[in-house]
Write a protein that binds this ligand. Structure first.
Ligand SMILES: *Cc1c(COP(=O)(O)O)cnc(C)c1O
Length: 451
């Protein structure tokens, strides 16, 4: 499930060293300096006795790549190390990472208390697909501790939120929500896709599990889907065994011992996810994508530091622009989440944030204004993605949030003129100049139209 401790290369090093070295020891295989891409669907056993041991989970090893592949295992090890966790599971997408994590924790008929500002795919999963299977959800105002507390019931099995949400970049008070989850006897799961392990490690603030869409900042180049779920090793399923039968009661398929007895804290979760949910449902990560994501992680801090600094400078510059009504960036003084950003994100605020274009008061004209702005961009590309090396723009009301009605969109703080930006690694002066020329273009046309 995870590499033995002997393979934890570079244990006493800093973040930037770990992101290039953790988990890989040259001298295995063909002595390649760079982790190899093992593109193999299955693995050869040296004997039938060995095959028997592997199938019975009596020893760890490779069987078939739906369950695990060596390249994927290195990715798991590296992300676990970067998050300060114990073990991790890498799967085909961020969506899959969220799904298998909730399935494994919620169990049969479980209840989830979730923040009301979540990635749309997570909302669909919780209120539609998981609901079909009897797992229910209560969405709460993520900034209201009393709401979290009030929503927990005897059936609740996890709290779920994002460290930094999008498109409006709300910052979660992780410590407060973690404390309430633990009072309720359940773990806090944090989707830290936008946060990245470079800017924030939720485990340091009380979270128990972290999930990532590796498609975004971890991969960092917009090439490959992937997802990772990390067990930070903090949650004790043995403290209330009756509540967690999936870990504490032996299951026929896993032999006479429970997963908790056999694998224990920090490992039982990854074992259940891999040996049951990924095995049965099949959302496996391709070795090729694992390799791409590993390559991306080697430059994570360089990219994210540049992107965050550029986004901060761009947010400050746009604040004074007459074509912009609001800049939703928690690095700005006066933003409602500025204090939380100062506390939780000392290295910088993520580079995904939004602006509202100034409204004309007329819906049709506003829509045209948005179109002139978006279609006028030359450096910043219109793409429904974030965390890419390229700067990207999207229009939530037309794209990610188009299935919401006006009321739901307003409740989410998203208007017709809200524009999401994901700042890339290009020269920040070029990105800002591009945004400014597109803003001016929209304004000039609007002035002409008014004449
Ligand atoms: C993109 C995203 C996901 C889903 O990840 P995929 O890799 O697209 O499946 C989940 N959570 C957040 C915050 C995301 O941005």
């Amino acid at each position: 499930m995870t590499a033995p401790d002997a393979l934890r290369a570079a244990p006493d090093t800093r973040f930037a060293t770990k992101q290039v070295q953790a988990g890989y020891v040259s001298g295995v295989g063909q002595n390649t300096a760079v982790p190899p891409l093992y593109q193999s669907a299955a693995y050869e056993f040296s004997s039938l006795a060995e095959a028997r041991d592997l199938f019975a989970l009596r020893r760890a090893g490779n069987i078939y790549s739906r369950n695990a592949s060596p390249t994927q295992q290195l990715l798991e090890e590296r992300v676990a190390v970067l998050e300060g966790g114990v073990s991790a599971v890498a799967v085909a997408s961020g969506q899959a990472a969220v799904a298998v994590t909730i399935l494994a924790l919620a169990g049969r008929g479980g209840h989830v208390v979730a923040a009301d500002r979540l990635y749309g795919g997570t909302v669909d999963l919780l209120q539609d697909t998981l609901d079909d299977f009897g797992i229910t959800v209560t969405f709460v105002d993520q900034d209201d501790p009393a709401a979290w507390r009030a929503a927990a019931t005897a059936r609740t099995r996890l709290f779920f939120a994002e460290s930094v949400a999008n498109p409006l970049a709300q910052v979660l008070d992780i410590r407060t929500v973690a404390d309430i989850a633990h009072e309720a006897g359940v773990p806090l799961v944090i989707d830290s896709t936008v946060g990245t392990p470079y800017l924030i490690r939720p485990g340091e603030h009380g979270a128990d599990f972290v999930v990532h869409s590796a498609t975004k900042y971890l991969g960092g180049h917009g090439t490959s889907l992937g997802g990772v779920a990390v067990d930070l090793g903090s949650f004790d399923f043995g403290a209330d065994p009756a509540r967690w039968p999936q870990f504490t009661v032996p299951a026929a398929r896993f032999g006479p011992q429970s997963l908790w007895e056999r694998f224990g804290r920090g490992f039982a979760f990854a074992t259940l996810v891999k040996a049951k949910y990924v095995h049965d449902l099949g959302p496996s990560l391709s070795p090729f994508n694992a390799h791409q994501i590993l390559q991306g992680i080697e430059t994570l801090d360089l990219r994210v530091a540049r992107q965050s600094a550029s986004a901060q400078a761009i947010a400050e510059a746009l604040t004074g622009n007459p074509a912009v009504a609001a800049v939703h960036h928690p690095g700005l003084a006066g933003n409602p989440w500025h204090d939380l950003a100062t506390r939780y994100l000392p290295r910088g605020v993520p580079a995904v944030f939004s602006i509202d274009l100034a409204s004309s008061g007329d819906a049709a004209e506003d829509q045209q204004r948005v179109e002139r702005f978006v279609d006028g961009l030359k450096v910043v590309r219109l793409v429904a993605n974030i965390g890419d090396a390229r700067s990207l723009v999207s229009h939530p009301a037309s794209m990610t949030h188009s299935h919401l009605n006006d009321e739901q969109r307003a409740a989410a703080g998203i208007g017709e003129t809200t524009i999401r930006l994901s700042i890339g690694i290009e020269d920040p002066a070029d990105i800002l100049a591009d945004l400014e020329q597109a803003l001016a273009l929209a304004r000039v046309r609007q002035t002409l139209a008014a004449v």
